[in-house]
Design a protein around this ligand. Structure first.
Ligand code: LMR
Length: 394
């Protein structure tokens, strides 16, 4: 019967990962999948993660099942990290999920249970797997304008005009910070306008927060999410620990559902436990336990924050360096946006043909829409990339 299956289109990001691995050139540069790399090209285990794992190795006495929605300590620590320590517990239902992707998937399912006729509005462009999951779940979607290809900044007027068309009961998917794939983000004044638009339409905001700490800092990157949480009665937040704790393969994420009152919070909590049980039963525990250990121990937390800050400032310095190299190579300021963008990614604005040339002629791998992972660069490869961009004539 498997002969009845249709071949599936490969995920573009994962496809690129495989192409990069197969390329024998030792000068190749990987700007594809969103994984942080240090200046030596490694993705190290963070110091606090290693320390927490050592503690767990010594202290863990069982691997028996834990809670269906994950440990309360983990959910509490993560809600505090995302919403700020003084958050209103009566409003928040939560469930640990397999990574941020698991949280996004559950958020879609939960929203559909509550609002069966909803349309999910996504930014144009958005993370390709958002689109792919919505298609897989057979959930109607619409896009709102987001990125201005000429300025490489947010098309805020276009975005607001499109958000005005959203219907009550619809879901608006927003990137809380470090927009993937563009790197272009709203400022807080603009976020406040988005909150007003959502208030007006009665749509539910759903924030994907996969890069907290990679843009302007842990609190600054959560500021938009917190603003929406304060202004709107209900909200979904899918948060990931993959990037900011560097525990990609542990699959550690959380879904937070904010309600207007304790009764609805209880309903949401029950629905989330149900969804975990139907989809995979208990969520992965190791990464969640590592995160809890770090967030609840002042010393480990401080060390984690310091290392995360190094990661963030390293990426910022690479942005500055690349923008200035490109100024030198092209004699123009047209790549200045790279220093303005935040997070791991920037969309360069190159055509698919030029992206292919970069790959074939220069061994530089970026996603077909010209999204580049800034963290895949180092001080030595920045000038190589700038020269290649100049030669290809982007
Ligand atoms: C990315 O966008 O590269 C990351 O979120 C990793 C992934 O799973 O696609």
């Amino acid at each position: 019967m498997f002969g009845n299956l249709k071949p599936q289109a490969q995920d573009k990001i994962l496809e690129l990962m495989a192409l990069y691995r197969a390329d024998p050139r030792d000068t190749k540069v990987d700007l594809g999948v969103g994984v942080y790399k240090d200046p030596d090209g490694n993705t190290p285990v963070m110091r606090a993660v290693k320390a927490a794992e050592k503690r767990l190795l010594e202290s863990e006495t069982t691997k028996s099942y834990t809670a269906l929605v994950g440990e309360a300590a983990y959910r509490d620590a993560m809600a505090g990290l995302v919403l700020g320590e003084g958050y209103d517990r009566a409003r928040v239902a939560s469930a640990a999920t397999p990574g941020g992707t698991g949280a996004v998937h559950m958020a879609f399912e939960l929203a559909r249970m509550a609002s069966p006729d909803m349309t999910v509005w996504v930014s144009d462009p958005t993370w390709p797997n958002h689109l792919s999951m919505l298609k897989h779940l057979d959930i109607p979607m619409q896009s709102y304008r987001y990125f201005d290809n000429d300025t490489r900044a947010v098309d805020f007027d276009g975005m607001m005009a499109d958000l005005a068309k959203v219907q009550p009961g619809d879901v608006v998917l927003l990137h809380g910070c470090c927009h993937n794939p563009t790197g272009a983000n709203l400022n807080l004044t603009q976020w406040a306008e988005v909150a007003t638009a959502l208030e007006r339409t009665g749509a539910l905001p759903m924030v994907d927060l996969a890069y907290q700490g990679f843009g302007d800092g842990l609190d600054a990157d959560a500021a938009a999410t917190r603003l929406l949480a304060e202004r709107l009665p209900e909200m979904l937040i899918a948060a990931s620990c993959s990037k900011n704790f560097g525990i990609y393969r542990e699959r550690t994420g959380i879904l937070l559902a904010l309600s207007a009152n304790a009764k609805d919070t209880e309903l949401a909590q029950g629905a989330m436990a149900y969804l975990n049980r139907q989809n995979f039963s208990f969520p992965p525990d190791h990464g969640a336990r590592v995160v809890t250990t770090i967030l609840t121990d002042p010393e480990l937390r401080a060390d984690w924050m310091a290392e995360l800050e190094e990661v963030r400032t390293t990426m910022l310095a690479l942005r500055e360096q690349l923008a200035s190299e490109l100024r030198r190579v092209t004699g123009s300021d047209r790549f200045g946006f790279i220093a303005q963008h935040r997070g791991m990614f920037s969309r360069l604005g190159a055509s698919p043909e030029d992206v292919l040339k970069l790959r074939e002629e220069h061994g530089i791998y970026m996603v077909g829409d010209s999204r580049m992972n800034i963290a895949g660069l180092n001080q030595k490869t920045v000038p190589i990339l700038a020269e290649a961009i100049g030669k290809v004539g982007i």
